[in-house]
Design a protein around this ligand. Structure first.
Ligand code: HEC
Length: 103
C-alpha cells in the first residue's frame, strides 16, 4: 500500500518535471502587469522606466545578463524572482521576451 503510494508520487513528480514550461502564460501571469502583454510597457507605466522588450537596444543585451536581472531584480521596481521561479522558468521567460522583438 505504502509502496504503491510512493510509486504514484514518483510518477506524478516525473510527469511534472517533464512538462514543458508554458512561458507565455507564466509571463502573462507574472510579468505582463508591468511589462505589457507584448513587451511594450503601457503608457501608465512610463514613470517606472520599464524597458521596451521590442527594441534593438534590448536585443543587444545578452541572455545571461537578462537572466541575472530577473533572478536578482533591478532598481526599485523590478522584483527579484530567484525564490519564486526556477532557473529553468527564468531561462524560458528570457527566451519568451526575446520573441516580442521579432515581429
Ligand atoms: C512591478 C513591476 C515589474 C514586474 C512585475 C516585472 N518587472 Fe521586469 N522590470 C521592471 C522595471 C521597472 C524594470 C527596469 C529596471 C531598471 O532598469 O531600473 C524592469 C526590467 C526588466 C528587464 C530588463 C533588464 C535589463 O537588463 O535591462 C527584464 C529582462 C525584466 N524586467 C524581466 C521581467 C520578467 C521576466 C518579469 C516576470 C517574471 C518581470 N520583469 C516582472 C518592472 C517589473
Amino acid at each position: 500500500m505504502v509502496l504503491a503510494g510512493l510509486l504514484v508520487l514518483g510518477v506524478a513528480a516525473a510527469a511534472r518535471a517533464q512538462q514543458p514550461i508554458d512561458a507565455a502564460s507564466l509571463y502573462a501571469k507574472t510579468c505582463a502587469s508591468c511589462h505589457g502583454p507584448k513587451g511594450t510597457p503601457s503608457a501608465g507605466m512610463a514613470s517606472m522606466h520599464i524597458p521596451d522588450f521590442t527594441t534593438s537596444a534590448f536585443a543587444a543585451i545578452p541572455d545571461s545578463s537578462l537572466r541575472n536581472t530577473v533572478a536578482a531584480g533591478k532598481g526599485r521596481m523590478m522584483p527579484s524572482y530567484k525564490t519564486r521561479l526556477t532557473t529553468e522558468q527564468i531561462a524560458a521567460l528570457v527566451g519568451y521576451i526575446r520573441t516580442f522583438g521579432r515581429h
